[in-house]
Design a protein. Structure first.
Lengths: 306, 332
């Protein structure tokens, strides 16, 4: 096994982790502030991807598409919050699961209605279409590196937003005591809508960025959503730091597991059976890691308000 | 307690629904409409799966978003046993040779046991957590099994596994749709009886007390963890049994039985009917299958409308169907 290949896989894992962070950050923020479990977060990811693909196809510009994905996902998020989610804050988790499950059905079929059943394709923008030389001899696509860069930017931006701004102060106050912050005269309902739209925009951004790597289709959001759940459960629900650590961990474990385990098993069981066995175990690996972490720390690595 | 003197309206509605479900395929059979018999069988099997989930979710308050795992495990037990019996290849040969089976009672027993055995470690880890963590962890375990089934090629992987000839029940011709329905319906009644017995037992009282107030339950000297773990295993076993029947009904099992959508659907069945109510799963399954076939006949986009209806039920009709027709649950 060559070093460039390993570096490439490490970067792939990092890129995957960064994508998961964009999803998980919104989920964990929404749970932390509003106490809401939102299954429809994957639908907002899909909305972002479709908006980007449609606008990019109409205008020819990926960057306009990217802006559209942020706007469309944020708008869809705000709308969903105002019409449906607002009624769920006082309900138990079961009602939240069901109502947001219903939203998935509505979003998925609605999107299929608008765009048809065939996947859309989104091209990588020309400025980012090259590859760069890696130390040790390999080449790595520039676009994937750019995604890693966006992830680092968003993580930094979120950190600054939450720890340094007035909005961030209100979000933190809302997490620790929502009655008190309402009593102090903060318009808590608007704050909730803003937080929900912010989380939705991050999911939409993730969808648009990944849309250029894969095809844009109905149902693309849910596998990512479930991984994002694994991430926030590992990291501790409500903790942005936990979401970042969990996302990178899940991204690296999944990618490296799929790369290394088949090789490892082949060494013991022979190539044919080893590859199958390795691939099967690798597909379950992150869930095993999650179960192990939870067996020792039932509230995740960085449990918020424990 | 809940049934004091005579019959409550809820029980009465339940018996009427059960009678309707029995009458429907008998009439369909007389009119030679096998499609409707299959529809009723689907209702009975899904109701059975939901009775299992209702035990954990309704009585214990354990919101398992991973019951498709047990549904799928039951399905794969039926598929794998049948495939090995058909091909005359042993499933394992040490410590003794086991050839699989195409006998339903044997498959049911295995589905019950294997689902319960799978539920023990899953439950033991998941029950260390609560609330939203529990929801997500049960989901994650189901996904784990789903991806394993997808990537393990021995039993069809993504493509699933066909059951070439429907498994047999002694003395019945299971290829006849009405016989198969009666088998499923009989098991559903047994499961309802088990649910009612559990609910009214000391164990059931402890389970429900744990849902209402965990601290008080612990204070009277009962450990909530072990009560919940046993309930989770019983619940998984019933859902696993339904999975085996579902595979036999479709003569096909695939990873889609293990998917998160399936877990969501099972919760929907329980909620549509009314959480924690004896006949809730039956009402939910009948309503769901009716929606599915009625809306599915009208529009290709039926899931869109199902979503709207579901949203309406969650936001505005909180007791489910049984809540609407039979009034609020009376807490004795």
């Amino acid at each position: 096994m060559s070093t460039p290949l390993l570096i490439e896989q490490l970067l792939n894992g990092l890129q995957f982790g960064v994508m998961l962070f964009l999803m998980a950050a919104g989920l964990t923020l929404i749970f932390g502030v509003m106490g809401l479990i939102n299954l429809a977060h994957g639908s907002l990811y899909m909305v972002g991807a479709f908006a980007c693909a449609a606008v990019a196809a109409a205008t020819g510009s990926f960057w306009l598409g990217l802006a559209a994905s942020l706007a469309a996902a944020a708008a869809a998020g705000a709308l969903v919050e105002l019409v449906v989610v607002r009624r769920l804050y006082d309900r138990d988790h079961l009602d939240q699961v069901l109502a947001t499950f219903a939203l998935i059905l509505i979003f998925s079929e609605g999107t299929r209605w608008l765009f048809g059943s065939f996947p859309l394709y989104l091209d990588i923008p020309a400025t980012l279409s090259g590859a760069i030389q890696l130390p040790g001899g390999g080449r790595y696509p520039l676009y994937r590196l750019a995604i890693i860069g966006v992830g680092i930017l968003v993580a930094t931006g979120l950190y600054l937003l939450i720890s340094k701004t007035r909005l961030g102060m209100r979000i933190r106050a809302g997490e620790s005591d929502r009655e008190m912050i309402a009593a102090l005269g903060v318009d808590i309902r608007t704050l909730y809508t803003v937080v929900f739209a912010l989380g939705a925009a991050l999911a939409g951004l993730a969808g648009a960025l990944v849309g250029a790597l894969q095809s844009v289709q109905v149902g693309m959001g849910e596998p990512v959503l479930i991984l994002a759940f694994v991430v926030i459960v590992i990291g501790g629900i409500g903790s942005i730091k936990g979401a970042l650590v969990g996302a990178i961990l899940v991204g690296l474990v999944d990618t490296l597991g799929r790369f290394l385990l088949p090789k490892l098993f082949s060494a013991f069981m022979g190539p044919a059976q080893g590859t199958t066995m390795g691939a099967a175990i690798a597909s379950m690996l992150i869930y095993v890691v999650m179960a192990l972490i939870l067996a020792f720390r039932p509230r995740g690595l960085f449990a918020a308000n424990a | 307690m809940r049934d004091g003197v005579g019959m409550t309206r809820e029980t009465l509605v339940g018996f009427v629904l059960a009678a309707l479900l029995l009458a429907f395929p008998l009439v369909a059979s007389a009119m030679d409409e096998p499609f409707y018999i299959t529809l009723a069988t689907r209702m009975a099997v899904l109701a059975l799966a939901a009775v299992g989930l209702n035990l954990a979710l309704g009585l214990g308050g354990l919101i398992s978003f991973g019951h498709a795992a047990f549904f799928g495990i039951g399905g794969y037990v039926a598929g794998i046993f049948a495939a090995h019996a058909f091909n005359q290849e042993p499933i394992f040969s040490a410590p003794f040779e086991f050839m699989g089976s195409d006998r339903m009672p044997m498959i049911w027993l295995a589905a019950l046991l294997i689902s319960a055995l799978a539920a023990l470690p899953i439950g033991a880890i998941s029950l260390r957590t609560s609330g939203v963590y529990f929801i997500m962890i049960t989901l994650a375990f189901a996904q784990m099994i789903y991806y394993f089934a997808m990537s393990w090629p021995a039993y069809g992987g993504e493509d699933g596994l066909s059951i070439l000839a429907r498994n047999a029940f002694p003395g019945l011709n299971t290829a006849n749709p009405l016989s198969l329905f009666l088998v499923c319906y009989g098991l559903l009644l047994v499961a309802l009886l088990v649910f009612a017995t559990v609910r009214n037992s000391r164990f059931g009282a402890a389970l429900q007390a744990g849902r209402q107030n965990e601290t008080r339950l612990a204070a009277v000297g009962i450990a909530p963890f072990s009560v919940r773990l046993v309930a989770f295993a019983i619940s998984a076993a019933i859902t696993g049994l339904a999975g085996a029947l579902y595979a036999d009904l479709n003569r096909f099992v695939s990873p889609s039985m293990l998917s998160w959508q399936m877990s969501g659907e099972l919760i929907v069945l329980v909620i549509l009917g009314g959480t924690g109510r004896l006949f809730g799963p039956l009402a939910g399954a009948m309503l769901f299958v009716l929606f599915e076939s009625a809306l599915g006949g009208l529009t290709e986009r039926w899931q869109f409308f199902l979503g709207l209806i579901l949203l309406g039920v969650v936001l505005f009709a909180r007791g489910g169907l049984m809540g609407i027709v039979a009034g609020k649950v009376r807490h004795g």
